[in-house]
Design a protein around this ligand. Structure first.
Ligand code: ADP
Ligand code: MG
Length: 151
């Protein structure tokens, strides 16, 4: 990403898990379909909880939303199709986009794609809107969450 002119980052402090969920819900409410959401932050940062908030906004049963750590990809048929990807178990530096079949996933033009451990995602071509969410903090501590529209 070389173009910086469009970059706009919004920073949030989430004091409780409910705050994290609510922030996810507001992200979900802003979606039109077709977005890629990159979730970056260590184990326990709140990526899956934020994803539940997004799916809640998209009228999906959030009990069905779990980290696809082993399956790599979950598909939720919500207001839009949502592909929930977790790259945690994949090797750094590998072709992670290929490993999860991102090309095929992106053939579904209206689908929202949410990627946990997006730090591990290698470069790939797309004209989709990309939203980067960075989560900092762990344990019972508050989370600092920043949202940047990369494109
Ligand atoms: P990840 O998917 O990034 O590994 P999870 O979404 O599973 O993380 O969340 C890990 C834990 O962090 C959960 O117990 C969740 O309730 C907690 N958590 C999330 N946000 C906050 C917050 N703002 N304050 C305190 N705990 C939080
Ligand atoms: Mg997770």
């Amino acid at each position: 990403m070389t173009q910086n002119s469009k970059l706009k980052t919004q920073n949030y402090i989430c004091k409780t898990p409910e705050d994290t969920f609510d922030l996810g819900e507001s992200i979900g409410n802003s979606l039109n379909g077709g977005e890629i959401i990159l979730l970056k932050g260590t184990l326990g940062a709140g990526k899956t909880l934020l994803t539940k908030g997004i799916l809640f906004a998209l009228e999906f049963d959030i009990d069905e939303v779990t980290s696809p750590s082993f399956t790599l990809v979950n598909l939720y048929e919500a207001k839009f199709n949502v592909f929930h990807i977790d790259l945690w178990r994949l090797e750094d530096g590998g072709n992670t986009a290929f490993a999860v079949g991102l090309d095929e996933i992106l053939e579904d033009e209206n689908a929202v794609v949410i990627i946990e451990w997006a730090e591990k995602l290698n470069e790939f071509e797309t004209d989709r809107k990309i939203i980067e969410v960075r989560l900092k903090g762990d344990g019972d501590d508050r989370r600092e969450i920043s949202i940047t529209n990369l494109t």
